[in-house]
Design a binder for this molecule. Structure first.
Ligand code: FE2
Length: 409
């Protein structure tokens, strides 16, 4: 299905009472007006039938180069992040351009079917051939009519701790990576980690790129690279373009340290991404009981006015064997893991898989408002609570006024 719409009728909108008619002209929302009751759909109308219409889902953190490789060449038996990296290093040696493109596109098709229109993928650039990066740059163009894809130059095995790590990062930026990544907690020493964060921030700033660092993805309370990232973001006045992914160690920090840290985080305006299914699976692995959750302080960050979103991180890869692209599943797990099933959190929960992900991706045109690109989805339910209860696939996904997918409720 791929026809153009002039109107979406009988739509419910978050935070507003009643039904709305959303008009579209030249691929953009041109008018949003209240209806007095249910209207009958015409030829070029999409009937939302009283369901919630929201901006598209955002997947702000995934590894498409590793997607769909679970069990190849072997399964991750311990379930740790570190055995995952070992398994991936073996699979990485077998990568080809065709292999990466086929798996990435298969995964993105799955995502599009779930109402996702924006994706940020990390691509491992600790590979002298940069095979996956070259393939993903092609994928970015091939999927552009259905998905906006941002590519992170991600140094899976470290920048300081991998031969020619700096040169590979620089080359990735030259080739067209949108975002500069990092992994300071995995560098061989604390000093390497600190230096790598300072260096990658300069690289991004100098080249006008975004930043998304795998930061403190470990249960070690001594892993404190977030403060370095935030301080650099503040120094360069770059916070809204910098994302801290994971920050699992914050779940293990003591409250006195966190109190000081939050002052800096608020000043820096950094974006945060938590990957609840992944972290609940990978973290806590070195604990006996009591066993930590390994999740960052999501409600506290939101209460501090910071933008936090959820991502899937993995889909059937050496780190995580499951995943189906349904962001409502990720949201459900995240709300459970973060003690966020109070009704006030549920009512605003969709921001964790829509608006806040858009903020992390630094999307300038996103949301349902006059003048914005006509991109949205029809969810199954009248409000976030009903949507979350059902966790049903989206009824429709609309991109620039075209219906990408449509299914019966
Ligand atoms: Fe990741």
């Amino acid at each position: 299905m791929n026809h153009s719409l002039s109107t979406i009728i009988n739509a419910r909108l978050q935070g507003r009472e009643g039904l709305y008619r959303i008009s579209i002209a030249n691929g953009r929302f041109s008018d949003i007006s209240a209806q007095t009751g249910f209207d009958k759909a015409g030829e070029s109308d999409l009937d939302a039938a009283g369901n919630l219409v929201a901006p598209p889902f955002v997947e702000p953190h995934i590894h498409l180069d590793a997607a769909m490789t679970a069990g190849e060449p072997r399964w991750n038996k311990s379930g740790t992040l570190f055995e995952g990296i070992e398994c991936w290093a073996e699979r990485k040696a077998m990568l080809t351009r065709e292999d990466v493109i086929e798996r990435a596109e298969r995964t993105l098709k799955l995502f599009a079917g779930q109402g996702i229109q924006y994706v940020r993928t990390h691509v491992d650039v600790t590979d002298p051939q940069l095979t996956a990066l070259q393939a993903m740059l092609e994928v970015r163009e091939r999927v552009a009519s259905t998905i906006d894809l941002q590519i992170v130059a991600f140094p899976q095995e470290g920048i300081w701790s991998f031969r020619n790590g700096k040169e590979l990062m620089e080359e990735s930026v030259r080739m067209g990576a949108d975002v500069v990544g990092g992994i300071p907690h995995f560098e061989f020493t604390r000093d390497y980690g600190v230096e790598s964060v300072r260096w990658l921030m300069e690289l991004a700033h100098k080249n006008d790129r975004l930043v998304d660092v795998h930061c403190d993805e470990i249960d070690d309370p001594e892993s404190r690279f977030l403060e370095v990232l935030a301080a650099e973001a503040l120094r360069l006045d770059y916070g809204s373009r910098v994302t801290a992914s994971h920050t699992c160690a914050m779940g293990s920090y003591n409250d006195a340290y966190c109190s000081r840290l939050f002052r800096l985080l608020k000043k820096s305006g950094l974006r945060f991404l938590s990957m609840p299914t992944e972290s609940l699976h990978l973290q806590g692995r070195f604990d006996g009981y009591p066993k930590r959750r390994g999740l960052t302080r999501v409600p506290e960050l939101l209460d501090a006015g910071l933008k936090v979103a959820f991502g899937q991180d993995s889909i059937r890869d050496p780190w995580y064997p499951l995943g189906n692209g349904n962001m409502l599943r990720t949201l459900d797990v995240g709300l459970h893991g973060c003690h966020m099933l109070g009704m006030s959190w549920i009512e605003r929960s969709l921001e964790l898989v829509t608006d806040n992900g858009a903020a992390a991706m630094d999307l300038r045109e996103y949301g349902i408002a006059e003048g914005m690109p006509a991109r949205c989805m029809v969810l199954q339910g009248q409000n976030p609570y009903e949507v979350l209860l059902g966790q049903q696939p989206v009824l429709a996904s609309v991109r620039d006024g075209r219906v990408l997918i449509s299914r019966q409720g």
